[in-house]
Unconditional design. Structure first.
Length: 228
């Protein structure tokens, strides 16, 4: 019931009624502007047969790209069962791709699997308490494994990053332009580095991207870290 009451369920429900191409994307997207920024290479130099986990996979497009283009063994987790059903209908034929419905933190707490890389593209990271989620991620990353996450930039639209560890009030904009409130941890790179370090991860890169369609402010922050 919680998932169905969430803004993410409403968002998925509205997207389901809209036409969406049923094809594997040509590249992996990390930013709000398709075709810009890095691709799958930030997850590792050779992803063939590597085990990857996506936290907040949505309809599964990035996971399908990694499974088909790179031959990775990918698991995608999403809070909204409707998204998982869509992902399975699109890409369920792929043997090296698995989709699971559930909360990212609960999945990690119940799983005994280990992964070469864990990633989130505007997904669970930043939406689940970092003090809980990051240590759980570390438990399932192999030594030297990569964590990569893109989040809305804390300075987008002239906003200010959090000055403490509490979440900020944000909004999800639905396809019909309705805005629903959510809580989001709006950290800058320095604060993310602090939380990553506490969990046993070393920040290796913090990349900022811009989208001219949204003015002069940065739009996406891409955090890349490695398990020590």
């Amino acid at each position: 019931m919680m998932a169905q009451a969430s803004p993410w369920y409403v968002h998925a429900l509205q997207r389901t009624t809209a036409a969406e191409p049923l094809c594997v994307p040509a590249r992996m997207e990390w930013t709000s502007r398709p075709g810009t920024g890095p691709g799958a290479e930030i997850l590792g130099p050779d992803l063939r047969r590597k085990r990857l986990l996506e936290l907040g996979c949505g309809p599964g497009h990035n996971a399908a790209h990694l499974a088909t283009r790179y031959g990775a063994q990918v698991t995608g987790v999403d809070l909204v069962g409707l998204q998982v059903r869509r992902a399975r209908s699109y890409y369920g034929r792929l043997n090296n791709l698995t989709f699971v419905a559930g909360h990212a933190l609960h999945y990690l707490q119940a799983s005994n699997e280990h992964f070469d890389a864990i990633y989130s593209v505007f997904g669970a990271i930043g939406l689940v308490t970092p003090e809980l989620l990051l240590p759980a991620i570390v438990q399932h990353l192999r030594l030297g494994g990569t964590l990569a996450s893109s989040v809305p930039h804390p300075q987008r639209g002239g906003r200010r990053p959090s000055t403490d560890d509490r979440p900020s009030r944000d909004y999800v904009t639905l396809p019909d332009r309705t805005r629903l409130p959510i809580a989001r941890w709006e950290y800058d790179a320095d604060r993310w580095e602090k939380h990553l370090g506490r969990a046993g991860l070393q920040l290796t890169s913090a990349q900022t991207s811009h989208d001219a369609r949204h003015g002069r402010w940065p739009t996406t922050l891409l955090i890349i870290a490695r398990k020590l």
